[in-house]
Design a protein around this ligand. Structure first.
Ligand code: F6P
Length: 546
């Protein structure tokens, strides 16, 4: 197994030990008190970069914490790890693979080597093939079997072959062309029937996306859709209506898709980091190659920032360090992510795969079980819907939930009144989460609203907000393909930094592979092909289905 990443138990590092001590000395402080102690607090806690303004000042940390966390990066040899990733070393050691989604969005054409071969020229050739295909579909030049142009596109894929494209297509709705996009991922038959029920085969393109082309859900959906299609169209129509994205050219050919209609991807692109590759075909179809290139450019700029900026000013690094601070020193189990735009309503769901599949690991790079916490749980929904759903728990619950607020200065369609209200909520929440409300303030408020004095005393404890709830604010100029690219790349790098410091392999996903094997065993038992011995609970459940 290659070992290009350093291997260090983080708890053995001097900075880790110092952080544990330091936490004791500041744990009784309120975030708001740090602003009084540190008149220049914003200098080291806020970051202006391209169209981004990132504010990390409303956190339970001070300058000393910040310095110790930076020291932790240095002692973890983060710099070495970043260089190894960008240089194409096989840092995904358990799968013996390089991790090079960054090569797909490089701003220059300098060489990147995998197994002594420069991959950059091939990346460009494949991108050009994808863009040329998209132009033909969008312009209507590509005709279906009956001579009509394509109006609907269905992306068939799951996990990284679905979540990224689906999230980005939804996020860039404002930039979309006339094509109607649909996504099918779940193996559930009801879903597939709902997807196809009003589709016309003559005008629909099916994009089968599967890195391996062996995934049960994707192949079942693709086969059922193929059958449905062939009930209405002749066999030779397949080439006009089915294309594939995969590393497995043999399997796509066996499915009946020609080489010409297959868009290759490489094993150095992980599923959950693949929207930048041909897996993003549905995105390029929906918004066109120009916008897709802007998405790549935004990500490429963030890559450069991540690679070249000192840790003190490096946005993904700082956000990763804060996450480690809460996860490992304050016992926070989850983080919330609240985008203040409906366009990004599925950004938390997308990042759930990115973050939890990457860092949900309990074995360190030394092959031993770790003796500290790793991957955080991520959840969230769009603001202000989230405020009316679960903010109660963030404000007054017993759990510590560090929260990222993502907002945009300018809306996409002119509506200043709504935009101001949205941004007012966006800013008010982080202020309220930090400041809380004291018993005196609550009591005064009740008096002013005319509540009888005998009730005030009883009510006050329920009206108090402890405050001191940590938040990060990411204020971005506008939601564009470019800023979206940068935002996604920011979180990708945050994942990697945490994995490096936690001494785990972020780029494999053996936990998900187990589910794939188990389902096949049960499937065979259910259909009577085999009869395995199971535990009493599972046997009883299987009997319920017989
Ligand atoms: O969820 C596990 C996983 O292996 C992901 O990493 C991947 O994105 C997804 O399954 C789908 O796999 P494939 O693209 O090979 O169909």
């Amino acid at each position: 197994m290659p070992k290009p990443l350093p291997n260090t138990n983080p708890t053995s590092l001097p900075a880790w030990k110092a952080l544990a001590q330091h936490k004791k000395s500041i744990e009784s402080f309120q975030i708001k008190s740090f602003f009084k102690q540190e008149p220049n607090r914003l200098d080291y806690t806020t970051f202006s970069w391209e169209e981004f303004y990132v504010d990390t000042s409303k956190n339970r940390w001070d300058k000393k914490t910040f310095e110790l966390l930076i020291q932790l990066c240095n002692e973890s040899q983060l710099k070495v790890a970043i260089e190894a990733q960008f240089a194409g070393e096989k840092i995904n050691a358990t799968e013996d693979r390089a991790v090079l989604h960054t090569a797909l969005r490089k701003l220059d054409s300098s060489a990147v080597y995998v197994n002594s071969e420069n991959i950059v020229p091939e990346v460009k050739i494949v991108q050009e093939k994808m863009f040329a295909f998209c132009e033909k579909i969008i312009s209507g030049e590509w005709k279906g079997y009956s001579g009509k142009s394509i109006t609907h596109v269905v992306n068939i894929g799951i996990g990284g072959s679905d979540l990224g494209p689906a999230m980005v297509v939804e996020a860039l709705e404002h930039y979309k062309n006339h094509l109607h996009m649909r996504f099918i991922s779940n193996v559930e038959g009801d879903h597939y029937q709902e997807i196809v029920k009003d589709l016309h085969p003559e005008t629909t393109l099916f994009v089968i996306v599967s890195k391996t082309f062996t995934t049960q859900e994707t192949l079942s959906n693709a086969n059922s859709i193929r059958e449905w299609f062939l009930q209405k169209a002749p066999e030779n129509a397949i080439s006009k209506h089915f294309v594939a994205v995969s590393t497995n050219i043999e399997k796509t050919a066996a499915f009946g898709i020609s080489k010409e209609n297959t868009f290759p991807m490489n094993d150095w692109v992980g599923g959950r980091f693949s929207l930048w590759s041909t897996v993003g075909l549905s995105i390029a179809l929906a918004v066109g190659p120009l916008h897709f290139k802007k998405l790549l450019e935004g990500a490429g700029q963030m890559d450069q920032h991540f690679k070249e900026t000192p840790f003190e000013k490096n946005i993904p690094v700082v956000l990763a360090l804060l996450s480690i601070w809460y996860n490992n020193f304050w016992g926070a189990e989850s983080e919330a992510l609240i985008p203040y735009t409906q366009y990004l309503r599925n950004f938390p769901a997308y990042l759930q795969q990115g973050i939890m599949e990457s860092n949900g690991k309990s074995v360190g790079r030394d092959g031993k079980r770790v003796n500290y916490e790793t991957g955080t749980i991520i959840w969230g929904a769009s603001g202000t819907n989230a405020q009316h759903a679960f903010f109660q728990l963030i404000h007054q619950g017993t759990k510590l939930i560090p929260t990222d607020f993502i907002g945009f200065k300018k809306e996409l369609k002119k509506n200043p009144d709504h935009q101001q209200k949205l941004l007012a909520n966006f800013i008010a929440q982080t202020e309220a989460l930090m400041n809380g409300k004291t018993a005196e303030e609550a009591s005064l408020e009740l008096q002013n609203s005319g509540v009888a004095s005998e009730f005030i005393k009883q009510l006050v404890p329920f009206k108090v907000f402890e405050g001191n709830k940590p938040t990060n604010t990411l204020l971005i100029d506008q939601l564009t393909p470019k800023t979206l690219g940068s935002l996604i790349a920011l979180y990708e790098h945050k994942i990697f930094v945490q994995g490096v410091i936690w001494n785990i392999y972020s780029y494999d996903q053996w936990g998900v592979e187990l589910g794939k094997q188990l389902a096949n065993v049960i499937l065979n038992d259910l259909s009577g092909i085999s009869s395995h011995k199971h535990d009493p609970s599972t046997t009883a459940l299987l009997n319920q289905l017989k």
